[in-house]
Design a protein around this ligand. Structure first.
Ligand SMILES: Cc1cc2nc3c(=O)[nH]c(=O)nc-3n(C[C@H](O)[C@H](O)[C@H](O)COP(=O)(O)O)c2cc1C
Length: 189
């Protein structure tokens, strides 16, 4: 397992289209989900949950995306319909992270949403530490009401991200990073 600091300094996302088999084993998936749930969580509310897409379920969900696309835009092309049908087939494993924040007397909703973001990042880092490649994606279907209904999201829930996980030989080059000098101030100086 690579040194944590080295991993965090070098980790990159790999585009979902380049994520191949094999994906995490059943035991590795359990470990990933345990790590995902070990995030800071003000009030211990666990304001998130997971939807796992693997095996044939990926194609079945893709068919739902294709059907909703046809319903949303009847003039759509066959090419687009096929793209939607194949979306979840891009990776052997996709974990949907659902933010389930609710109004709480003490814990601001904002903090509950941040915790869901931390879940997504934990998944990316853990997948990377296991030797897999991954990408955090929302695309259009995270925000489509009909898709959210098929995912059985409650009124107060939102998709925080779909974490696509698989294998890749590609070592992505680093991308341009923000200039830290422009982002940091030192209080009192
Ligand atoms: C909440 C969220 C949603 C994202 N959704 C998408 C998306 O729909 N499509 C996409 O290409 N990248 C999306 N990204 C960006 C990628 O996950 C990733 O940040 C980018 O590929 C480079 O990241 P890296 O620094 O980890 O390599 C999203 C990122 C975040 C934080």
């Amino acid at each position: 397992m690579p040194d944590t600091i080295e991993l965090l300094l070098k980790r990159r996302s790999t585009v979902a289209a380049n994520l191949a088999q094999p994906g995490p084993s059943a035991d590795q998936l359990k470990t990933l989900l345990r790590i995902a749930a070990r995030v800071p969580d003000h009030g211990k509310l666990a304001p998130w949950r997971f939807i796992v897409f693997q095996g044939d379920a990926r194609a079945r969900f893709g068919q739902i995306l294709a059907d909703i696309t046809k319903r949303n835009t009847p003039e759509t092309t066959q090419e687009r319909v096929e793209l939607e049908a194949g979306r979840f087939m891009r990776a052997p494993l996709v974990i949907g992270v659902i933010s389930s924040s609710e109004i709480h007397p003490k814990i601001p909703q904002w903090e509950q949403v941040l915790s869901a973001g931390a879940v997504c990042q934990n998944l990316l880092v853990a997948a990377s530490a296991m030797g897999y490649a991954a990408q955090w994606i929302t695309e259009w279907y995270a925000y489509d009401d009909a898709v959210c209904a098929r995912l059985k999201l409650a009124e107060h829930e939102k998709v925080a991200g779909f974490i696509y996980i698989g294998s890749s030989d590609e070592i992505p080059e680093d991308r341009r990073r923000p200039n830290l000098d422009e982002l940091i101030t030192y209080w009192g100086e």
